[in-house]
Design a protein around this ligand. Sequence first.
Ligand code: NAD
Length: 479
Amino acid sequence: MANGIFINNNWEQPHAGGVLDVVAPSDGSSFGTIAAGDAIDVDKAVRAARAAYETGSWGRMPAYERGRLLLRLSQSILDNLEDLTALEARDTGKPLRQARADIEVCARYFEFYGGAADKFNGDTIPFLKGFFAATERGPHGVTGHIIPWNYPAQMFARTMAPSLAMGNATVIKPAEDACQTPLALVELAAAAGFPAGAVNLVSGLGTTAGAALVSHPGIDFLSFTGSPQVGQLVQIEAAKNHITCTLELGGKSPQIVFADVDLDAALPTLVAAIVQNAGQTCSAGSRLLVQRAAYDKIVCAVADRFSALRAGTPEMNLDLGPLISAKQLARVRDFCDAAAAQSVPLIASGEIAEGVPADGFFFTPKLYGPVPHANRLAQDEIFGPVLSVLPFEDEAEALALANGTDFGLVAGVWTSDAKRSMRVARAVRAGQVFVNAYGAGGGVELPFGGRRKSGHGREKGFAALYDFSVEKTIVVKHD
Ligand code: NAD
């Protein structure tokens, strides 16, 4: 197992020598350690990145060569698909099927941005007579990346691939609760030919390694994915250093289901949108808004599916795995205990499969409804397999509910009325809206990001290349 902190393409021991346990969520056992990096390790990594960018071969490499490196890494990820899948599944507890899909998407990010690296043009601008004016987009310099534990491989690729494509040198701090695949991926990057200092990694706690990275004066741009609370701290630290950041902070995304929905087509997606990754997905469709005219029919059909859901180990390959940690399990339970105390009706509940280890962090999927709009179940990001149903009368009420939280990440609109789907899609406050679909196919190509408490900036698609670069205007007087 790769271990240590990764600087200049080498594993080093963290200067203070500390380690953190690696825990398998499906049985609670420890299966190794990761380095507990701190501010001194982070400083070393940032200096390595700075040198790679300013004086190393990385900073001088033409875009097409950077693109080739990304493509080589993409292929190497696919060549190691089985090993990476097993590692991701063990580290996060997710079903092997989901882990494999995640690794494939991880490879796809490097493929997409490898292809884009030399195709991101600036503009020429009609200007005064006798002048030539143009813009070019270049790297920020050194970018800092903080990622969460829910999709370690995908998150690594989502933030690192566009940054590297633009020519930034990078330092990443993966999540202490799951970072085995990021550790493996930096090694694959070195083997693919990324020069020393282009890709650096410091594992460790958020409050030490993470805090040191986001406040380091040598960082030119920050990319953070995680909780709104820490996102706010990141933005404050970015402001102190007068740099910008991308924040991807989760959501309370609505699935708006009108009475004329094609229910058979919608059902699997409505349920998968909250159950995928045990609900630990920033874009989880965690609120089901259902039109009263067909409320009973729709909710009964969803309830039937919920009752049949089963949680199990990665090898069981069931509907969902365990939650990531004892802490996350306690957090999700706390929401449900509060709901019970407030007599919010529990409509249906899934099951934990027989034979799962007793010390795993399993939680049965739960369907609640009708949930009052102001209740925590309908307002807060739970990050577990808990779906809240809210009835609505008409389009206006659907939109008021959909837009009635502090978040604004993704929304789903389910209707057979094409005009209505367009009206609602345009009026809902979200960074992405799906009509008669939700979160389709990895979405590497689709710009993604939030509003308000869901964060700001865009990742995925070509949009990420704008955030990971800065524009310069060059004006030449030639007459
Ligand atoms: P978190 O925000 O604490 O952790 C996310 C990342 O930030 C980790 O790498 C962590 O080490 C790092 N971090 C923590 N404190 C930091 C600090 N002071 N400075 C810099 N980096 C720091 O999230 P969590 O505690 O793991 O999860 C709590 C809740 O956050 C979840 O229940 C969920 O609601 C939300 N969450 C959202 C996402 C998402 O994808 N949007 C991901 C993870 C968690």
